[in-house]
Design a binder for this molecule. Structure first.
Ligand SMILES: *Cc1c(COP(=O)(O)O)cnc(C)c1O
Length: 220
C-alpha cells in the first residue's frame, strides 16, 4: 500500500469536496486494513464474490461500493450491506436491486453508468437509453432505490483532450438531468469518474467520487 500516494490524493481532492473510492479489487484483505488504518472508509470492488468475502471479514464500518458489472442474479448477495452500486446499466437490473432492497427493508444508493468512451468493451447506457429508462412508468414505481448520480469511464488513451471532452460530456449530462429529472431529489449529487490515470482531469469536470486502485495498491 502506498501511503504517500494516499495522502497526496486526499490533499488533492479536498478543495474539490470530492471523495475517494479506494479500489481494492484483486488485493488481499490486509492491504485494505492498512488503508483503513490510515482513515479510509470507502472501498470499491468489481466482483460480487470477492466483495462479499471481504465484507464478511473486514470492519463493519467500511462503506462498500460495487463498481463492476453486476448480473441480476447476484444482486441478492450484496443487497443487505452495499453502500452504493456504481454500475447500473439497465431497468431490469435496477428493478431487481429495488426488489432486493425492499426485501432487506432498505434503500440502495445507485449510480447510472453512462457509456462515454469510444471503446466497444465498456458497459453503460447511452443518452437515449438513459432518458428512456428515466421516463418509463416502471422506473417511476421503484421505491427502494436512490439514483444518486452518474458514473462513467473515459477511453483508455493518453490523449488528455479526448478524456477531458468525455468527462465534460458526462458532467453536462449530469447537470441537465439534475434539472430535468431530479430537481426534487437532493441525493442526486454524485458524479463518479476518474481513475489512477485520469482523476485530475475528472476533478476539473466536477467528479465527486474518484475510483483509484493501482496508485494506492500497486499494479494488478
Ligand atoms: C479497476 C477499476 C478502477 C481503478 O482503476 P486504476 O486504474 O487501478 O485506478 C476504477 N473504476 C473501475 C470501474 C474499475 O474497474
Amino acid at each position: 500500500m502506498n501511503t504517500a500516494n494516499y495522502k497526496e490524493i486526499i490533499e488533492e481532492i479536498k478543495p474539490y469536496g470530492a471523495h475517494l473510492v479506494a479500489v481494492s479489487k484483486t488485493k488481499p484483505a490486509q492491504d485494505i486494513v492498512a488503508l483503513y488504518n490510515e482513515g479510509q472508509r470507502i472501498f470499491g470492488e468489481n466482483k460480487v464474490q470477492e466483495l462479499v468475502g471481504k465484507a464478511a471479514e473486514l470492519p463493519k464500518d467500511i462503506h462498500w461500493h460495487l463498481i463492476g458489472h453486476l448480473q441480476t442474479n447476484k444482486v441478492k448477495q450484496v443487497a443487505p450491506f452495499i453502500s452504493m452500486i456504481h454500475s447500473v446499466d439497465s431497468l431490469k437490473l435496477l428493478t431487481e436491486i429495488n426488489k432486493q432492497a425492499q426485501l432487506n427493508n432498505r434503500n440502495i444508493n445507485c449510480l447510472l453508468q453512462v457509456f462515454i468512451a469510444d471503446e466497444e468493451t465498456k458497459f453503460g447506457l447511452n443518452k437515449a437509453e438513459l432518458l428512456e429508462l428515466l421516463s418509463s412508468s416502471a422506473f417511476a414505481e421503484l421505491q427502494n432505490v436512490h439514483i444518486c448520480g452518474l458514473m462513467g469511464m473515459a477511453t483508455n488513451t493518453t490523449d488528455e483532450q479526448k478524456i477531458a471532452a468525455e468527462f465534460q460530456g458526462l458532467q453536462n449530462l449530469f447537470l441537465e438531468l439534475k434539472h430535468t429529472h431530479f430537481s426534487d431529489k437532493p441525493y442526486f449529487k454524485e458524479l463518479s469518474m476518474g481513475m489512477s490515470s485520469d482523476y485530475r482531469i475528472a476533478l476539473k469536470f466536477g467528479a465527486t467520487l474518484i475510483r483509484i486502485g493501482s496508485m494506492l495498491f500497486g499494479e494488478r
